[in-house]
Design a protein around this ligand. Structure first.
Ligand SMILES: *[C@@H]1O[C@H](CO)[C@@H](O)[C@H](O)[C@H]1NC(C)=O
Ligand SMILES: *[C@@H]1O[C@H](CO)[C@@H](O)[C@H](O)[C@H]1NC(C)=O
Ligand SMILES: *[C@@H]1O[C@H](CO)[C@@H](O)[C@H](O)[C@H]1NC(C)=O
Ligand SMILES: *[C@@H]1O[C@H](CO)[C@@H](O)[C@H](O)[C@H]1NC(C)=O
Length: 527
C-alpha cells in the first residue's frame, strides 16, 4: 500500500512539474468562448437545448476555488476541494495556430488529481461518445421487465474509441492516438478497493479523432456530467454518487447545473427523481442516437471514491461547523461541505426561490411542534437481483413505533422545562420505501428527530435541518460508523442505542428520547 502511495505521488508530482510549463495559458477553460453549435456542413442536427437550471441559493455554500497550497489530508481536500494537481493529456492548439476561431473543433482533455481522495476529475472539450463501442443494457427499463438481469450486463464495457476527442490541423497529437497509457491511468485513477473500476477502463480507451471525419447525430453544447452508478437503488450509495456529481460540478466551476448522463444500463429506480430534481436534464447514455458530440464533457469519480463512502476507512477527524464560522476563521480540521451538500439536495426538491430552511413553522400562534420521524425498514424490491427481504436489524420495530407514539402523547400533555409553553410532540411513521423521493424529502425536512435502525434510509439525516437530532438503533451485526460520522461531519446531535441482539428495549428508547427532547425543547421554546 505504502509503495503504491509513493509511486502514485511520484508520478503525479512529475506530471505536475511538466504541466507547470504550460499552465495556465492552455487551460483557461472558463475564458474560452464556445461556439453555439456545429455548422451545417457537418450534417449535425441542432437540437433545442433547455435552459440550464441555476444553482439554488443555500446558506452553507462557500466557493470551491482551486487552492494549490491546500494541505493534503485536510478536511477541505477530503471533502472534495483538493483536486490540486491539474494534468493535461491533450492541449488545444494556441489560438494563433487555429485555422478558424469561430468554428473551432480543436478538443482538449485534462484530469485533476486529488492526492487525498486518490482519484481524478477528468474532462474534455469536443468529445464524441460512440455508443456502438459501449456494451451494456439500455437502462431505464421498468424493474419488473428485467428481473434476473446480471449486474455485469448493466455496467459499461468499453472498446477503444468509446470516447474520442476531436483534433484538427495543428494538434500536438495526431488522430487515432490513445490519450492515456496504463501508467497514467494508474496514477490518476488508482484501482482502490473497487473490483470493477469502470472509469479506469473508460480512460484507457479514450483516443483522438480527426474532427473533419466526425458526423454528430446530436450535439450537446452545455456542460454535461457523466456518472456511472453501482448500487443505484440504495439511498446510501446513491448519496455517494450525488456527492460525487455535486462536488465535481463545483470543482470544475460550472456556472449552472449541467446536464447529466447515466453511463450505465440500470433499470428505473425511485432515486432517479433525485437526479432529475438536481440536474438540468438526466439521460441514460444508451437512449441517445450515436455518435453524440459534447462541447464540454466531465467524468465524475465513482461513488466509491468520495468521502461519504471512504468514511468507512478514513481516519480524518472533521467536525462539522457552520459555513459562516469557517469563512471567518479557516480550520483544516473542520468542514461545512457536508451541510452544503445536504442543503443542495434538499433545495433541489423545493420550489424555486425558496431556501430549504424556510420550512420552519410560520404560524407562531400554534403550539410548537416537535416532529419525530421513525425511519422504517421495509420489504421492497430494490434491484433485479434482490430477494425483496431486508435482513432483520430491529425485530420489534413496530413495538418501538408504538412506544414512541405513547411517549409522544405523554410528553405533549406535560409541561416541559418551563410552564410557559406546551410542546406538541408528534410521531411520523416513515414508511419511506412506499413514498416518492419528494415525499420522503418533505418528511425529512420537517423532522426534528430521525429515529431508526442502521440502514440506508438513515442516510436521510444528511438532508435534515441542521437542528434535527438522530437516534440510531444499532444491532451487533451492523455496528458501522456511517451515520455517526455523517452526523459529526454536519455538527449534528447524534445518539445511539447499542442493542445486544436485534430487540430494542423500549424503556431505553424513551429515556434517550427524553434527553433529545430536552435539548430540542430548550431551542424551540427560546426561539
Ligand atoms: C472559417 O469560418 C468561416 C465562417 O464560418 C468560413 O467561411 C471559413 O471558410 C472558415 N475558414 C476555414 C479555414 O475553415
Ligand atoms: C488538526 O488535527 C491534527 C491531527 O489531529 C492536529 O495535529 C492539528 O494540530 C490540528 N490543527 C488545528 C489547526 O487544529
Ligand atoms: C409547572 O406546573 C406544574 C403544574 O401546575 C407544577 O406542579 C410545577 O411546579 C410547575 N413547574 C414550574 C417550574 O413552575
Ligand atoms: C399537533 O400536531 C398535529 C400534527 O401537525 C396536529 O394535527 C394537532 O392538531 C396538533 N395538536 C395541537 C394540540 O396543537
Amino acid at each position: 500500500m505504502d509503495k503504491w502511495v509513493k509511486r502514485t505521488v511520484l508520478i503525479v508530482v512529475s506530471l505536475n512539474i511538466l504541466q507547470l510549463f504550460v499552465y495556465p495559458q492552455f487551460w483557461s477553460w472558463t475564458s474560452l468562448s464556445w461556439p453555439t453549435g456545429f455548422s451545417g456542413d457537418k450534417a449535425s442536427v441542432d437540437v433545442e437545448e433547455p435552459q440550464l437550471k441555476s444553482w439554488p441559493a443555500i446558506p452553507s455554500h462557500r466557493p470551491w476555488t482551486l487552492n494549490k497550497d491546500l494541505q493534503t489530508f485536510s478536511c477541505e481536500a477530503y471533502f472534495g476541494n483538493g483536486y490540486t494537481d491539474v494534468v493535461p493529456l491533450l492541449k488545444a492548439p494556441k489560438k494563433s495556430k487555429r485555422l478558424n476561431n469561430t468554428d473551432d473543433l480543436s478538443g482538449s482533455f485534462q484530469c485533476r488529481y486529488n492526492p487525498t481522495l486518490r482519484t481524478s476529475i477528468c474532462e474534455g472539450k469536443h468529445v464524441v461518445m460512440n455508443l456502438d463501442k459501449i456494451e451494456m443494457s439500455k437502462g431505464g427499463e421498468y424493474l419488473e421487465k428485467v428481473i434476473g438481469r446480471g449486474e455485469d450486463a448493466e455496467l459499461p464495457q468499453f472498446s477503444t474509441g468509446a470516447f474520442e476527442v476531436m483534433v484538427t490541423q495543428g494538434s500536438q497529437i495526431p488522430p487515432a492516438t490513445p490519450l492515456f497509457d496504463n501508467g497514467q491511468v494508474d496514477s490518476l485513477m488508482p484501482q482502490g478497493q473497487v473490483s470493477r473500476h469502470t472509469l479506469r477502463d473508460l480512460l484507457k480507451t479514450v483516443r483522438t479523432v480527426d474532427a473533419s471525419t466526425v458526423t454528430c447525430a446530436r450535439t450537446v453544447v452545455e456542460p454535461t456530467l457523466v456518472v456511472t452508478r453501482f448500487e443505484y437503488a440504495n439511498l446510501f450509495h446513491t448519496s455517494t454518487d450525488w456527492y460525487s456529481a455535486y462536488s465535481t460540478a463545483r470543482v470544475v466551476g460550472l456556472k449552472s447545473r449541467p446536464h447529466l448522463i447515466f453511463l450505465d444500463g440500470h433499470c428505473k429506480s425511485p432515486m432517479d427523481d433525485g437526479w432529475e430534481a438536481m440536474y438540468t436534464t438526466v439521460t441514460y447514455a444508451k437512449h441517445f442516437t450515436s455518435p453524440v458530440c459534447f462541447e464540454h464533457l466531465i467524468f465524475a469519480p465513482l461513488g466509491y471514491d468520495v468521502p461519504l463512502f471512504k468514511n468507512i476507512a478514513s481516519t480524518l477527524n472533521c467536525m462539522g461547523k457552520p459555513a459562516e464560522e469557517l469563512a471567518k476563521k479557516a480550520d483544516p480540521n473542520k468542514t461545512s461541505r457536508v451541510r452544503e451538500f445536504g442543503e443542495f439536495v434538499a433545495a433541489s426538491f423545493e420550489p424555486e426561490g425558496t431556501t430549504p430552511l424556510d420550512a420552519e413553522d410560520a404560524d407562531s400562534a400554534k403550539i410548537p411542534e416537535v416532529r419525530v420521524l421513525m425511519v422504517r425498514r421495509e420489504d421492497y424490491l430494490a434491484h433485479p437481483r434482490h430477494s425483496g427481504k431486508p435482513q432483520t436489524r430491529l425485530s420489534n420495530e413496530l413495538e418501538v413505533l408504538e412506544a414512541l407514539r405513547s411517549w409522544a402523547k405523554e410528553r405533549s400533555s406535560t409541561y416541559f422545562e418551563d410552564n410557559q409553553s406546551l410542546l406538541n410532540v408528534t410521531v411520523i411513521n416513515g414508511v419511506l420505501a412506499h413514498m416518492t423521493l419528494d415525499q420522503q424529502m418533505k418528511a425529512v425536512r420537517g423532522a426534528d428527530v430521525l429515529v431508526g435502525a442502521h440502514g440506508a434510509g438513515l442516510t436521510h439525516l444528511v438532508f435534515a435541518k441542521p437542528t434535527a437530532a438522530v437516534l440510531e438503533i444499532s444491532s451487533p451485526t451492523y455496528r458501522r460508523p456511517h451515520f455517526q460520522t455523517m452526523s459529526y461531519w454536519q455538527g449534528r446531535d447524534y445518539h445511539i442505542i447499542n442493542m445486544d441482539g436485534s430487540y430494542a428495549d423500549t424503556i431505553q428508547v424513551r429515556r434517550v428520547m427524553d434527553q433529545i427532547l430536552k435539548d430540542i425543547s430548550a431551542k424551540k421554546l427560546s426561539s
